[in-house]
Ligand binder design. Structure first.
Ligand SMILES: Cc1cc2nc3c(=O)[nH]c(=O)nc-3n(C[C@H](O)[C@H](O)[C@H](O)COP(=O)(O)O)c2cc1C
Ligand code: SF4
Ligand code: SF4
Length: 265
């Protein structure tokens, strides 16, 4: 059974999960959502089984993943599933949002199964990287969860996202404000004298939102707030709010080079 896993990632957690699922499922390919959305019109995957792996942002989908889901045509797919990665909680509400987007369009169909996996948090605007010991334990626990998910997907488990009043309330409180300002939120990003003009920030930006001008990054205001530029700058030269001095995070199993392959440029 051929599987296609679409992924979006900022700091590598979701890519690490997608890669592990793919190798466990066999006959599987990875496709970056940031590339898939570049051409206009419906996105019709040629696969028996389709997965969507994404982080959650403020208990909801990244804007680009919500747009992608609105264009995804699953009518010829036998089994559709999603795995949401998160630093704490909110998976249920995010899966519900995804399921609703998929179902609500003409000829739409929802997810056969939805799962979430706790990973290290990457929202550096609020907190610094949690430190080696926590990261190691969290990734180790996540590996067990990924193995469980792969077994359920292989068995064709039916676990559609369920409605919960609490999850819906948290989504309604946290998500709309974030999503309204998401693309312009890069206006609070700045770069300091540690910048060496290496270009990494522009290369890892999944949506091509950074241009290097006069040896400095310039943000173009179609940001997804994925944190890749801030987290992956080799000299910690990018700041926003209170990020100065905060420890940076990248999933230790994902090289910077792999994060340049989402098609942002
Ligand atoms: C803008 C933003 C908002 C986030 N909001 C939440 C949240 O509401 N709850 C949560 O558990 N984690 C939250 N996170 C953490 C990420 O969901 C988590 O670290 C994820 O695994 C990152 O995936 P990635 O490495 O593939 O980008 C947020 C991260 C970002 C960048
Ligand atoms: S990654 Fe950092 S050092 Fe490199 S160009 Fe961007 S801001 Fe400058
Ligand atoms: S500008 Fe930075 S935070 Fe915004 S999408 Fe690009 S890499 Fe992510």
């Amino acid at each position: 059974m051929k599987t296609l896993i679409y992924y979006f990632t900022g700091t590598g957690n979701s890519l690490a999960v997608a890669k592990k699922l793919c190798s466990r499922l066999g006959d599987c390919e990875l496709a970056p959502i940031a590339s898939a959305v570049k051409n206009p019109g419906p996105i019709a995957p040629d696969a028996d089984r389709v997965g969507i792996v994404s982080p959650l942002y403020f208990v909801g989908l990244p804007s680009i993943v919500a747009d992608f889901a609105g264009r995804l045509d699953l009518s010829r797919v036998a089994y559709a599933f999603s795995v949401i990665t998160m630093g704490g909680t909110g998976g249920k509400a995010t899966l519900r949002q995804l399921d609703k987007i998929l179902k609500d369009k003409p000829g739409g169909r929802g997810l056969d199964a939805g799962f979430s996996v706790r990973m290290p948090g990457n929202y550096i605007l609020m907190y610094e990287s949690q430190g080696e010991e926590y990261i190691e334990k969290t990734l180790n626990d996540a590996d067990h969860r990924i193995a469980e998910i792969a077994d359920m997907v292989s068995a064709g488990a039916r676990e559609p996202p369920s409605w919960s009043p609490f999850a819906s309330l948290i989504h309604a409180v946290m998500y709309p404000r974030f999503i309204r300002g998401v693309h312009e939120a890069d206006r609070k990003f700045s770069v300091d004298d540690r910048c060496t003009a290496c270009g990494t920030c522009a290369e890892v930006c999944p949506v091509g939102n950074i241009r290097i001008e006069d040896d400095r990054p310039v943000w173009l205001h179609h940001c997804e707030q994925c944190m890749a530029c801030i987290q992956l700058c080799p000299t910690d030269a990018i700041q926003a709010g209170k990020t100065e001095g905060r420890r940076r995070y990248r999933n230790p199993e994902i090289e910077v080079g792999m994060l340049k392959e989402q098609g942002g440029r």
